[in-house]
Design a protein around this ligand. Structure first.
Ligand code: ADP
Length: 394
């Protein structure tokens, strides 16, 4: 099955860089930066990352400046050594990035986009302002009336710094939320979810947009963390077209440059609601490395460096799962089952080079492509039973 890029030209972005960038600075040197740096080589770009941990995952493929993400001096150094700055994480101060922009540096996605996305309340308000369908929500102002506004159970989320389900709580009884009343949070109506879907959408400085296939996500409910992705999603054409149209509107309304991961809920009564937006490559797009003509990492770099976007054709159906630390894993990582994966046709293991493991920490991922989605999925499910990450200290 082949899904072609949807390319559309919008008005050229006035902030577009005048030159074709060759050096990219990334704030954060985690696995996303690592996979961007691997992709960069293919298209002749060099990468410098800013990360506080010496020998961070990206270091193997990139130069590193050791420093905190919000350290204005280190960011200025990163900017001086590169032509455009992009992100591996969202927990960067939008104000610090805005200050960098005022000195004429190019940041993509920019500080304004990051400012909206990194605060879940501002993100929901953005969606509501543009009539983009999303679950009912309101700010939690410290009263239990907010918690009861959409009925119990409801979902409470911290406005900032939540990721991988950290900072998301399903509130079954008002008492469960007592400790959250003093934290900046929002309350959402609890959605009856039939399926969780996602799409990667890339947009470059000229407003060209490329939409990857809609995929289906399964979560590990022990940690509320993304577990398995199947590409393409098994949903109707009408649902796919709705997701695609929403994604296109979102990146245009944001005037965003780069790749964006957009997550949706397909509700049990057939509606598509936008759950959240990520301003960067996303876990649900890792499958693109093996399964699509252009990986999400290469595409992001193409978008931010003012290149034309690559084809997003799905070359083969795929299933991808995270290699998470086992629930009791600490210390140095120990990998089991890698030789089984190596013998499995269509399977690729990605390890992120992290020096220590913790319960549910993302240590790598595995993608399996197959002639059919069923084949890819069943192979991935068998491999998931044997490829494991434990630690040196149980
Ligand atoms: P994170 O940014 O940490 O990934 P999300 O907002 O995506 O947090 O929420 C994590 C998971 O919690 C979702 O994938 C979904 O399974 C569940 N969830 C989030 N919001 C709702 C909601 N309003 N109703 C029901 N489930 C929800």
């Amino acid at each position: 099955m082949v899904i072609n890029a949807s390319l559309s030209a919008a008005a050229a972005n006035s902030a577009a860089p005048a030159v074709h960038h060759r050096r990219v600075g990334i704030v954060g040197g985690g696995q996303l930066a690592r996979m961007m740096a691997e992709a960069a080589r293919k298209i002749g770009l060099t990468i410098v990352v800013l990360d506080p941990t010496p020998g961070c995952p990206a270091r193997e493929f990139a130069d590193q400046i050791v420093g905190e993400f919000d350290d204005a001096e280190k960011l200025a150094e990163l900017a001086a050594r590169t032509d455009v700055i992009t992100l591996d994480i969202e927990a960067v101060s939008a104000a610090v990035l805005a200050a960098l922009e005022r000195t004429g540096r190019v940041v993509a996605p920019n500080a304004a986009v990051l400012g909206i996305i990194q605060d879940k309340l501002l993100q929901k308000e953005f969606l509501a302002r543009h009539d983009l369908p999303t679950s009912a929500f309101r700010a939690l102002t410290g009263t239990t009336a907010d918690l009861e506004a959409f009925g119990i159970p409801c979902v409470v989320k911290t406005r900032r710094h939540g990721y991988d389900g950290r900072g998301v709580k399903v509130v079954e009884r008002i008492a469960d939320a007592a400790e959250l009343l003093d934290t900046p949070c929002l309350v959402e109506a609890r959605v009856a979810i039939a399926k969780e879907l996602a799409i990667m959408a890339a947009r470059n400085w000229h407003g060209d947009i490329a939409l990857y296939p809609v995929v289906e996500a399964e979560f590990d409910r022990r940690a509320n963390i993304l577990d398995t992705i199947q590409a393409p999603a098994c949903v109707t054409d009408s649902v796919i077209n709705t997701c695609r149209a929403l994604a296109e509107r979102i990146v245009n309304k944001l005037d965003g440059v780069g790749i964006f991961g957009i997550e949706f809920f397909l509700t049990s009564d057939g509606q598509v609601l936008v759950n959240e937006i990520s301003p960067r490559p996303h876990n649900s797009g890792h499958y693109t490395i093996e399964a699509c003509a252009t990986s999400q990492f290469e595409q992001h770099l193409r978008a931010v460096t003012d290149m034309s976007l690559g084809s997003v054709a799905l070359v083969r159906p795929a299933a991808s799962f995270n290699l998470l630390g086992e629930p009791t894993a600490f210390g140095s990582p120990r990998f089991a089952g890698l030789e089984v994966a190596a013998r499995t046709p269509g399977a690729t293991v990605h390890l992120y080079g992290k020096h220590s493991v913790k319960p549910f920490r993302k240590m790598g991922h595995v993608t399996v492509t197959g002639a059919t989605l069923e084949h890819a999925l069943s192979t991935a499910r068998s491999l998931k039973q044997v490829v494991k990450v434990t630690g040196s200290t149980p």
